[in-house]
Design a protein around this ligand. Structure first.
Ligand SMILES: Nc1ncnc2c1ncn2[C@@H]1O[C@H](COP(=O)(O)OP(=O)(O)OP(=O)(O)O)[C@@H](O)[C@H]1O
Ligand SMILES: C[C@@](O)(CCOP(=O)(O)OP(=O)(O)O)CC(=O)O
Length: 328
């Protein structure tokens, strides 16, 4: 009745941006990501506790934060088909939470896998990915490591909307993602709200959906060939196009800061000088640089020269895994 799981966050190379069903968290388009190690979240779930309690990163979760976690565990209870009693959840991450490093992706993936294990359900990556998706869309891509594709699916009940691993972490072991933290502050508009506004008001949104869907198989091919230059170009193009949809929403929304643009400009200059480095950018000001092990030091220096207050160097990460040591 108790299980502990470690999961890594992931960074989307082809982004998920916009839901066709908000309750079930079903996306308009497929997306593709890389799991990031060594940073991770560890979560312990125990059923049969005295009362439902949720502690996230050292604080008792309240309100919608608590509800999101308990709702996911309710779905586990339904799958288990028996009364598991109240749940105690404790979760901790080893990286800055408000830095746009997708703490929610690692958190809900760890919660889904730990919840299933604590309930005695058999290991099932597809079922765990669907559960994680219902906590936070991008979390469905953190159940497995390496390069994962979240297939949008067609069904209204979301049973065909989950992530599958295309390549494991060992496929491209010298790929590096360098997270440049330019601003540690909480963003004003959460991804969830930003994407809703975009879907509802951007005239460019239908073009985004069509384009992103077509980029997924192209990205897959480039990853298969380990063609960093072409993949880097694809990632930048996809990030710009996602940000175009927010800029064209009503009211317009910009996640970019002057420092973000400064870094991108500098990165282009470095590339002209022969440094193989590209960027991607989620819904926040902190770019993630894509390079190889031979150039990660140069990528970190580039980030620091552009005002990064922190830099996190990442390698391709593995699957969410069960641990034998618990957090409580
Ligand atoms: N370890 C965790 N376990 C469960 N839920 C978590 C955990 N960490 C964060 N969360 C939930 O995720 C929310 C933050 O998610 P949110 O999507 O806003 O930010 P993010 O993941 O850091 O960045 P992004 O917006 O790019 O996804 C928190 O308010 C909390 O509800
Ligand atoms: C820009 C993104 O990081 C958006 C992630 O959004 P979330 O998965 O955090 O949103 P919800 O499903 O509403 O919880 C792109 C991506 O990770 O694909």
């Amino acid at each position: 009745m108790k299980a502990t799981v470690r999961a890594h966050p992931n960074i989307a190379l082809v982004k998920y941006w916009g839901k066709r069903d908000e309750a079930l968290i079903l996306p308009h388009q497929s997306s593709l990501s890389l799991t990031l190690a060594p940073i991770h979240v560890t979560t312990t779930v125990e059923f049969g506790a005295a009362a439902d309690t949720v502690e996230l990163h050292g604080h008792a979760a309240k309100g919608s934060e608590r509800d999101r976690v308990l709702r996911l565990l309710d779905a586990v209870r339904v799958q288990a088909g028996r009364d598991l009693g109240p749940a105690k959840v404790v979760s901790r991450g080893d990286f800055p939470m408000a830095a746009g490093l997708a703490s929610s992706a690692a958190g809900f993936a760890a919660l889904a896998v730990a919840g299933c294990a604590a309930a005695g359900l058999p290991e099932d990556t597809r079922a765990s990915s669907i559960l994680a998706r219902r906590g936070s869309g991008s979390a469905c891509r953190s159940v497995q490591g390496g390069f994962c594709e979240w297939q949008r699916g067609e069904r209204a009940d979301g049973e065909d909307s989950y992530a599958i691993q295309r390549f494991d972490a060992g496929h491209w072991a010298d790929l590096r993602m360098v997270v440049a933290i330019l601003d540690r502050g909480e963003k004003e508009v959460k991804s969830r709200d930003g994407m809703k506004n975009t879907v509802e008001t951007s005239p460019y949104y239908p073009a985004w959906v069509k384009d992103a869907e077509a980029e997924v198989p192209r990205a897959r091919e480039l990853i298969a060939k380990k063609d960093l230059e072409a993949l880097g170009e694809l990632c930048e193009r996809n990030a710009w196009r996602m940000h175009c949809t927010t800029l064209s929403a009503d009211p317009p929304l910009s996640y970019l800061s002057p420092a973000t643009l400064g870094l991108i400009q500098h990165l282009r200059e470095q590339r002209k000088k022969g440094v193989p480095v590209w960027f991607t950018l989620d819904a926040g000001p902190n770019p993630v640089l894509l390079t190889t092990s031979a150039h990660e030091v140069a990528a970190e220096a580039l980030a620091r020269a552009c005002g990064a207050v922190d830099v996190v160097r990442c390698v391709p990460g593995g699957d969410a895994t069960l641990l034998t040591e618990h957090l409580f």
